[in-house]
Write a protein that binds this ligand. Structure first.
Ligand code: NAD
Ligand code: TDX
Length: 354
């Protein structure tokens, strides 16, 4: 494994999943360039463990800036690009879809255009080694009823501006493989959770609100189901797919941990009542508030990850119970990471589509 992908350019490497990927690859001794615009969601503190190591470098740049990306390719000379940069929050895509179109669609097109130019200029051996890994979401498949799982051949039916923009980017990547021969691999993952997750998302928002005794907003009746995967298990899957996946193929990633949102929130409340009981707050599930639903809220996501498991031997290390306990404890121990984020986001409700 160490003989391939020695030089990895990671877009979005200062984000939640990207930083887990960067930390993992640097620990393994690979050379990594984090390419990130540092939007509200990007955070160099998530890379503190590796930031100053010789194996890591950082470039603040936009994926829509073709010239900046071309220069990064020419100077860093990666044999693998892992593309995670994106606008990632469904609620924000409801309030302002424009940034999602620009970054997720135009940005991905810009990377493909420059990656193709770079790849064409490589010698034959380097061309054979090079790969472009596009990281995407299960939300492109739309919503499931009570039964069934998303497979790689499930038709695309995205329902939010976020998932539509990610679906568009997936189609562009596939087209660059079939039309121009750019060596790509793709993956679609379910909901991630774990350390360094920006507190606009359900799990970190619930943990931080529960810690303060603030209301815990649950959209609709809390019956929507997500399939949760611990972020470091996703990073391990991404490494396998990037280095061993078959070119032109996509792989679904998911932990088979389906939970209703209300059960996720109640589980967090129970852990916090046990680990940080607070007499003034009392039992935290009394803080739960059922609030106006998300417009176009997908009912259920669930992944069939058998292709990834069978072909590449991926096995997640965490089930939801072990992962959520670890996650709650991480937030309790790492206030220095999340305290400064209050200046960027006050945990107000987003995405009501007035
Ligand atoms: P995130 O919002 O935490 O991080 C996104 C990163 O991209 C940030 O560091 C941000 O600064 C950077 N970025 C945004 N716009 C950019 C631009 N124009 N140029 C350069 N950098 C830019 O997102 P995440 O949750 O880590 O998701 C990473 C990827 O994984 C995304 O492509 C997302 O669609 C996908 N994904 C996420 C999940 C999940 O549960 N979070 C699940 C499946 C797939
Ligand atoms: O306050 C909340 N209350 C609530 O009930 C928030 C923020 C969310 N929810 C619900 C909406 C969803 O059903 O919880 C579920 C999870 O919501 P998010 O954390 O916003 O994630 P989701 O919309 O499912 O999308 C996430 O997983 C797939 C990521 O943000 C995407 O980037 C990824 O592609």
């Amino acid at each position: 494994m160490t003989s391939i992908a020695q030089r990895v350019l990671v877009t979005g490497g200062a984000g939640f999943i990207g930083s887990a990927v960067v930390r993992r690859l640097v620990r393994q001794g690979r050379q990594v360039l984090t390419y990130d615009k540092l939007t509200y969601a990007g955070n160099l503190a998530s890379l503190a463990e590796v930031h100053n190591l010789p194996g890591h470098s950082f470039l603040q740049a936009d994926i829509c800036d073709g010239r900046a990306f071309r220069e990064a390719l020419e100077s860093f000379r990666p044999d693998l690009v892992m593309h995670l940069a994106a606008e990632s929050h469904v609620d924000r895509s409801i309030d302002g879809p424009g940034d999602f179109i620009a970054t997720n669609i135009v940005g991905t097109y810009t990377l493909l255009d420059e990656a193709l130019r770079y790849w064409r200029g490589l010698d034959a051996a380097a061309q054979k080694r090079f790969r472009f890994h596009h990281i995407s979401t299960d939300e492109v498949f739309g919503t499931l009823g009570e039964d069934g799982l998303f497979r790689e051949d499930t038709p695309y039916q995205p329902n939010s501006p976020y998932s539509a923009s990610k679906a568009a980017s997936d189609h562009l990547v596939r087209a660059w493989f079939h039309t121009y021969g750019l060596p790509v691999v793709m993956s679609n993952c379910s909901n991630n959770y774990g350390p360094y997750h920006f507190p606009e998302k359900l799990i970190p928002l619930t943990i931080l609100n529960a810690l303060e005794g603030a209301p815990l907003p649950v959209y609709g009746k809390g019956e929507n189901v997500r399939d949760w995967l611990y972020v470091e298990d996703h990073a391990a899957a991404l490494e396998l797919i990037a280095t061993r996946g078959r070119l032109g193929e996509s792989y679904n990633v998911g932990g088979s941990n389906e939970r209703r949102n209300i059960d996720v929130v109640r589980t967090i409340c129970a852990i916090m009542d046990r680990v940080v009981p607070d007499a003034k707050i009392g039992p935290r599930d009394a803080l739960i508030r059922f609030v106006t639903d998300r417009p176009g809220h997908d009912a259920r996501y669930a992944i069939d990850a058998s292709k990834l498991k069978t072909e590449l031997g991926w096995v997640p290390e965490h089930d939801f119970e072990s992962g959520i306990e670890k996650t709650v404890r991480w937030y309790l121990d790492n206030a220095a990471w999340w305290e400064p984020l209050k200046a960027r986001y006050n945990r107000a409700r987003l995405g009501v589509a007035k």
